[in-house]
Design a protein around this ligand. Sequence first.
Ligand code: BG6
Length: 491
Amino acid sequence: RKTENQLLVIFGASGDLTARKLVPALYKLYKDKHLPEHFAVLGVARSFMTDEEFRKRVALESKYLDDSEEFIATFSEKLFYEDLHKKYDVDYRELNERIQDLNTTYQCDNNIIFYLSTPPSLFEAIAKNLTAKGLNDERLGWKRLIVEKPFGYSLETAKSLNDGLHRYFKESQIYRIDHYLGKETVQNILVTRFANSIFEPLWNRDYIHHVEITNAESGGVESRGGYYDKSGALRDMFQSHLLQLVALIVMEPPLSANPEEIRNEKMKALKSLRLMTDPKVLEENTIRGQYLASEIEGEKVKGYREEVDVDPDSTTETYAAVKFYVDNWRWADVPFYVRTAKRMPTKVTEVVIHFKSPHHQIFKNSDMNKDNKLIIRIQPDEGILVKFGVKVPGQGFAVERGNLDFYYESLGDESHIMEAYERLLLDAMQGDATLYARADEVEAAWRFTDPILDHWKKGDAKIYGYSAGVWGPQHADELIEGKSMWRNPCE
Ligand code: BG6
């Protein structure tokens, strides 16, 4: 695919994301020769900064110690900055002049990406002000808008964000970031399922007993208490990243790898999640928790309610576990268990497909925990593990678990795993929206999440405390019934 000459305008460029993720991702793309011949970046934010100060702020020299200063400078010279006199909602006359100037000087061919790394409350105003200057007009060159998450706070707010953006930009111009879709291992779910004939025939209710997704982080909320306390684990991780993972697991095979075909199937998958509205069903199938002050390896760790900018009486969840069903032909009666939490024993994300036992057991030591499993390690140790039965050497037919284990790392140097932001930026630069969430997908994910949030908000649902460094509240174990249990990855 070709990357055309273009200008990238980042709104909210004085923020953390620009220095930590976006500019380093662009630099890596530059280093790997993925950027077009004519290219420039304009950082935009409210506060004043010179171009030079902006370049210093992203501090590439301290991040890429092995690269020569001269080489870094050839990239940094393409970075510029423009302030908005303290407000995003102003006349963009000066900004437009700067954009036109850079576009001409750097021969960007009127192709522009606007990256909105600002609070969502500013999205519509920015889109409106860009439109007032004709910056959504695609007659001379394409215009694209990338928006960061969180995309909405509920179904209603997501809809109103979509409506607001659609007033000024077409859906085909809008790219909603979900950085999980930028992860190589998440994309590989499609390849695992649809490029192999050994998995897909088994990928249904006849062979799959249940599906489990764990997203654990060892860190707490750190400096993001202000944001997190209004959000919580369900909004922060589940509605977005984890339901995107669910959609990839659940979806039907698309007709082709075309972005719209894939997104149509993901959309259908999200629509087929069984909505939980009955309070009893919600009570039985959802669990929330909050980490408590504790000690990990002799070190004191703050409880969630003691974190900076967190309400001392907060009922915001840092742990969420949800059991649900997918109402369609393929998945009828197969339970899905999804959990996400902060302050767990380790940082790990994995999907476990638990297969059913053979219909007829002829060997003695059959045990649900020993059934076939396909474990998709999203991170770390990116790879795929298949657990299958093997005969224990010696007399009789004792069965043990054998592992077929694939690590991306083993592909060697050529398998350089692109950082999520590198991949996503490059895709948007090339006009490929496959890995971006479409308006209807985001709304479908909120439609499923909203009743859980409402149920929790009512306050009758218990919030369980758990010590930092354990796998969440004990009560969550009861969510998975039968002989099975959560698979705790590092145990
Ligand atoms: C972000 C959430 O979207 O994803 C954070 O806001 C979370 O709270 C992060 O820590 C996790 O991303 P990753 O790629 O580190 O798993």
